[in-house]
Design a protein. Structure first.
Length: 263
């Protein structure tokens, strides 16, 4: 199925529905939620998924698991998505909070194939077997640290969201303290309680994940490092590898063997 709303097929008695959608550059999918669990796969481009408690940056060929009834909005940068909408009873193991995941070549092929299937695929058919294999493969996904947790404190969250729009690795905690009229010790306590990270850890993670959209677009590492305020490209690369376990070049181009439609 292509470019239709899930509401049009949500009531079909099939455990797995697959929809492919193409979005214009910079499109914002405003706050909404789904009855079904969702596997949102980026066939092209970069997505930023936001919920009440965090932000997930999903580059090409990766996906995010979105639990049922979870309010979220998605910012699209050159994105074509392939989504699986799954009956909650079929995935009792699904996480309670969004989770970014790597996508194996097999699962990728299954997702692309599922998009071509008729929504009311016959039981015991080849298409039903594809859907069943998808459910098996989803259990073996590798989590990726592509999220930036956001605090519930409204004033601190506002500063965090502003930082995410224009991150700077040398943005000093003193500036945040001045805006909030608190001490650095209090800021440290608020960050730990609200995000589970120290201020410096959160700042570093936000900068690294912000770089993904630029890497996917082909921007040179030297320029990305300078934009984020790193002293040199080596410092940025070291921070990137520490968080994601791979160098920036691993995220530069799509992990694809063909077009996003038929892979």
């Amino acid at each position: 199925m292509r470019n239709i709303r899930v509401a049009e097929v949500d009531d079909l008695d099939r455990a797995v529905l697959a929809i492919g959608t193409d979005y214009p550059q910079g499109h914002l999918l405003v706050w909404h939620e789904h009855r079904r669990a969702q596997v949102l796969y980026a066939a092209t481009g970069v997505m930023r998924v936001e919920t009440a408690d965090g932000s997930w940056t999903i580059p090409t060929a990766r996906a995010v698991l979105i639990p049922p009834a979870t309010g979220h909005q998605v910012t699209m940068t050159g994105v074509s998505t392939r989504s699986l909408y799954i009956e909650p009873a079929a995935v009792p193991w699904f996480p309670a909070r969004c989770q970014a995941v790597d996508v194996s070549m097999l699962l990728r092929a299954l997702i692309l194939e599922a998009v071509e299937m008729e929504p009311r695929y016959p039981e015991h058919s080849r298409d039903a077997a594809v859907a069943a294999l998808i459910l098996h493969e989803l259990k073996n996904l590798t989590p990726l640290p592509l999220d930036v947790p956001l605090p519930s404190d409204p004033r601190l969250r506002g500063l965090c969201e502003a930082f995410l729009r224009k991150p700077d690795i040398h943005d000093p905690p003193a500036r945040w303290c001045a805006d909030l009229s608190i001490s650095e010790r209090t800021l440290a306590r608020l960050f730990q309680r609200g995000t589970g990270l120290s201020f410096s850890q959160w700042r570093q993670r936000a900068c690294v994940l912000h770089s993904l959209q630029h890497l996917t677009a082909g921007m040179p590492v030297t320029r990305i490092a300078a934009q984020l305020g790193y002293d040199n490209p080596a410092a940025f690369t070291a921070a990137f590898k520490k968080l994601l376990g791979q160098p920036p070049t691993a995220y530069r181009s799509p992990d694809a063997t063909g077009s996003p439609d038929r892979g």
